[in-house]
Design a protein around this ligand. Structure first.
Ligand code: AMP
Ligand code: ZN
Length: 119
């Protein structure tokens, strides 16, 4: 997608602070973090959001969650390592839900206590 900001990041046309990359996914630090750790995990395939996910994308979406788990563990924030740790995964779909970039992305938030319900 030519004018998609995250596709531009994938093509290297916009700089990003890379955390992880494989053949299907890319992860980088959010430019405007709302937690001490705020990482975005995106598929290399352009999908506007989970609302545009097709049946064939099931493995890809599952992979994004796998990558999130690995990153959280690499950074030492997984409750599987330490029950006092934890992280939140957020996926906004549509403007009403707070989505501002229409290339599917999973937010990985960690490093502070989270409240519920989210705003
Ligand atoms: P959402 O509101 O769920 O669509 O999240 C979009 C996220 O992308 C926000 O947290 C922004 O801070 C982040 N963002 C926007 N542009 C960039 C960029 N160039 N590099 C890193 N993060 C970005
Ligand atoms: Zn895109």
């Amino acid at each position: 997608m030519g004018d998609c900001i995250f596709c531009k990041i994938l093509r290297g046309e916009i700089p990003s602070r890379k955390v992880y990359e494989d053949e299907l996914a890319y992860a980088f630090h959010d430019i405007n973090p709302v937690a001490p750790i705020h990482i975005l995990i995106i598929p290399k395939k352009h999908l506007a959001g989970i609302h545009e996910m097709e049946e064939e994308d099931r493995e890809l979406i599952g992979h994004l969650f796998w990558v999130a788990r690995r990153i959280a563990e690499d950074l030492g924030h997984s409750p599987s390592q330490d029950p006092t740790r934890g992280y939140r995964l957020v996926l906004n779909s549509g403007s009403l839900a707070g989505q501002t970039v229409f290339h599917l992305h999973l937010h990985l938030l960690a490093g502070r206590e989270m409240s519920w319900p989210p705003g």
